[in-house]
Design a protein around this ligand. Structure first.
Ligand code: NDP
Length: 323
């Protein structure tokens, strides 16, 4: 059996449990590609899985996102050969030197896009795209709030919304993050403490059409309070912890509000939908409307430091692991 190195988590707990170990290299099944990893995208979900907020089976190798070079093509796969460069957000066990992915969940990386950028595109890019176009559909001229505006999703979502003519307010925690968010096109950048009042003030007391909230527990109540009548709260994550159960009657009192809790998987339901989202992301990059910022890189062996940085709010943009 061929060996490779991968991150393994033996039990739920802190970042120090991300151990760099030797394991068996996977083999591609029918319809799958075996890929040599060039760069791994780190995402918040892996911290939830590692810490036990989301249940997984241990021992566990995290990772859904990575870019790399096809080594072997499984039976029945058409359209790929060894040497092709692909990226995906829909693999598993990508914190590793090699990974397998169903061929229909991979996308070919256009010429000229470096491996680290290719690994940064799928998960946060597709998420930002479905948040801007499908989970809610703010129109040109409307105002929205995007929380964690200098984060991976936050920077991309801001750029995509601004390109559609939407006025974007964001929240961030530091002066450096404020500058980054403004650079992505935010019209105003707020502190978490008073964003709700500030957003209402700057919309003539009306409130905003949509709040995109990936922060969760810390922001949820104020996010509801920032909405206009018939506004929509898109709760897409829980970086500060999960939102406790709440009384639906509050949606009525707030002005016939809506709350949705979307996941990326539900917005790439067909090959056509997936292809459409990637096509639009690549086109926005080519048009200079979308910049994928790599905020931090770590060797694969130092995945623990990458999780620590993400969870302690020390990162901006995308965090990458390199084998
Ligand atoms: P980010 O790069 O945005 O990192 C999280 C950011 O959240 C931090 O940098 C920090 O920004 C902010 N934050 C606020 N409070 C806290 C806290 N208590 N602890 C940690 N961070 C905090 O991560 P991602 O872009 O990868 O993900 C953003 C959110 O989107 C996450 O909740 C993630 O789970 C979710 N997500 C959801 C998907 C879906 O389909 N539903 C898909 C992808 C991501 P600051 O310092 O400025 O406050």
């Amino acid at each position: 059996m061929t060996k490779m190195r991968a991150i393994t988590v033996a039990e739920a707990g802190g970042p120090e449990l991300l151990q760099f170990t030797e394991v068996e290299s996977p083999a591609p099944g029918a319809g799958e590609l075996l890929v040599q990893t060039r760069a791994v995208g780190v995402n918040f979900i892996e911290t939830y899985q590692r810490s036990g907020i989301y249940s997984v089976e241990y021992p566990f190798t995290p990772g859904g996102e990575a870019a790399g070079v096809v080594l072997e093509v499984g039976d029945g796969v058409e359209g790929y050969t060894a040497g092709d460069v692909i990226t995906t957000a829909e693999a598993s066990r990508t914190y590793a030197e090699r990974f397998v992915v169903p061929a229909d969940r991979a996308v070919r990386v256009p010429e000229g896009i470096a491996a680290d950028v290719a690994a940064a595109i799928p998960l946060q890019g597709i998420t930002a795209h479905y948040l801007a176009t499908s989970a809610a559909q703010p129109r040109a001229g409307e105002t929205v709030v995007v929380h964690a505006g200098a984060g991976g999703v936050g920077l991309l979502l801001t750029q995509l919304l601004v390109a559609r003519g939407v006025r974007v307010f964001t929240t961030v925690s530091t002066a450096e993050k404020r500058e980054l968010s403004l650079g992505a096109g935010a019209a105003e950048v707020f502190d978490y403490d008073d964003f709700s009042a500030r957003a209402r003030e700057l919309t003539d007391g009306e409130g905003v059409a949509v709040v995109y909230d990936g922060v969760g527990a810390r922001t949820f109540d104020d996010s509801l309070a920032a909405l206009r009548v018939r506004g929509e709260l898109v709760l897409f994550g829980a970086a500060s912890g999960p939102v406790p159960p709440f009384d639906l009657q509050r949606l009525n009192a707030g002005g016939s509000l809506s709350v949705t809790r979307p996941s990326m998987g539900h917005f790439v339901r067909t090959a056509e939908e997936r292809a459409w989202r990637y096509r639009e992301l690549f086109a926005a990059m080519e048009a200079g409307q979308l910049d994928f910022r790599i905020g931090a890189r770590f060797p694969l062996a130092e995945a623990a430091a990458a999780h620590q940085a993400l969870e302690s709010r020390a990162t901006t943009g995308k965090v990458i692991l390199e084998p």
